[in-house]
Design a protein around this ligand. Structure first.
Ligand code: HEM
Length: 109
């Protein structure tokens, strides 16, 4: 069994500029796709065991995220500022936030 460290690939400075910064706009002009053919980016895995839910997720994630962002403003609980957010990680087979993010939707009506 081969365990691929996708976390390390995603933070490799030889592949990504500012690898530790959240810059989703880096993908706007990029030719790198997420469907398992470009090994720099493998959110769904690759090859014969690639995630079979990819086509569903490809459609549903933008739809749901877009609807939530369009319909609500978002705050962090207890009036916390984004800069104060705890970004520590909890090590495991998959990496998680040490403290889960609790985002509060506020209706924009
Ligand atoms: C953003 C959403 C999702 C992400 C990032 C994701 C990611 C992954 C990854 C990384 C794997 C392991 C692939 C590998 O071993 O190379 C996987 C496997 C799998 N995913 Fe997903 N997945 C998502 C959504 C879904 C959905 C919506 C379904 C079902 C409706 C699904 C069903 C599965 C199943 C059954 C496997 C196991 C496939 C196997 O081992 O042969 N996933 N997924």
């Amino acid at each position: 069994m081969v365990m691929v460290n996708v976390w390390a690939i995603g933070r490799d400075g030889r592949v990504w500029k500012n690898p530790n910064c959240f810059e989703p706009e880096r993908f706007l002009e990029s030719q790198i796709g997420f469907k398992g053919r470009d090994f720099e980016l493998l959110p769904f895995g690759a090859g014969r065991r690639i995630c079979p839910g990819l086509p569903l997720a490809d459609r549903m994630v933008p739809l749901i995220l877009g609807a939530l962002l369009h319909r609500f403003d978002w705050e962090i609980e207890d009036g916390m500022k984004a800069e104060a957010l705890n970004m520590e990680e909890k090590f495991g087979l998959t990496l998680q936030k040490a403290l889960p993010l609790r985002a509060v939707p506020v209706s924009v009506s």
